[in-house]
Design a protein around this ligand. Structure first.
Ligand SMILES: Nc1nc2c(ncn2[C@@H]2O[C@H](COP(=O)(O)OP(=O)(O)OP(=O)(O)O)[C@@H](O)[C@H]2O)c(=O)[nH]1
Ligand SMILES: [Zn+2]
Length: 224
């Protein structure tokens, strides 16, 4: 355990050129500290393995710190991506179409910032385009970028809406997320199957109850 503790000290950080620390990733909150090295992250996983009562040196766990950090790189890759870039390319050949574009039932998984446990569910995103539309897959990409950061479901909803609103400047954006939080089902209060629903609206969807209802009906019944 001593060795592990040592690798986590600032002195060890600066003296190991093979595992340089980096600046905070572009998607990190402002004021976030420099990014620890991969070796430090793997050492931290070793500490946790010891903490739960297992032996990090037994054969089955030798590679686990490396695997966990690789999995973290994937699950939290959203800190190193800019959601706006996913929406940069738009298309204007849409005829006179100016009605709702709704992508329903987009699966997503994220991690709650309180317990770092997954919450998993579906997103429904609609917007009212002005002259230009975005590729449908890009909406799912924006969801994934924000979802691959530590989140609350409320903030995830609002970040998706704000990004689409800011970049596309449509007449309105509507988002509904439904998810099961494993921190509420696998531990703690242990309520398996409970779902949390969040909605966030801008523009016409916020101001016109009829448009809001149409979005909700399309999500629920497929008819507006
Ligand atoms: N509003 C909101 N709460 C969340 C989300 N994800 C997890 N939580 C809640 O965050 C809260 C953290 O509460 P705390 O009392 O600080 O932590 P805790 O002692 O682990 O709470 P319990 O989960 O009740 O055992 C819990 O009530 C979780 O259900 C989320 O996306 N949004
Ligand atoms: Zn949680």
């Amino acid at each position: 355990m001593d060795t592990v503790t040592k690798t986590l000290t600032p002195a060890a950080r600066s003296s190991d050129p093979a595992v340089p620390t980096g600046p905070a990733p572009s998607g990190a909150p402002s004021g976030a500290p420099a990014r620890p090295s991969r070796a430090e992250a793997e050492a931290a996983v070793r500490v946790l393995l010891g903490y739960i009562g297992d032996d990090p040196d037994r054969e089955g766990l030798l590679d686990t710190p490396r695997r966990v950090v690789s999995a973290f790189d994937e699950l939290y890759g959203g800190y190193r991506e800019q959601p706006g870039e996913a929406l940069e390319r738009t298309f204007s050949e849409i005829g006179t179409y100016d009605d709702i574009v709704l992508v329903r039932d987009i699966p997503f998984s994220s991690h709650c910032e309180h317990h770092m446990m997954p919450f998993v569910g579906r997103a429904h995103v609609g917007y009212l385009p002005v002259e230009r539309v975005v590729g449908l897959s890009k909406i799912a990409r924006v969801i994934d970028i924000f979802a691959r950061r530590l989140q609350t479901q409320e903030r995830l909803s609002s970040e998706i809406v704000t990004e689409i609103d800011t970049v596309l400047k449509p007449r309105g954006v509507a988002v509904m997320l439904e998810a099961e939080h494993t921190c509420m089902s696998m531990r703690g209060v242990a309520k398996v199957g409970s779902r949390t629903i969040t909605t966030q609206f801008t523009g016409v969807f916020r101001d016109d109850p009829g448009e809001q209802l149409r979005f909700l009906n399309l999500v629920r019944n497929g008819i507006g």
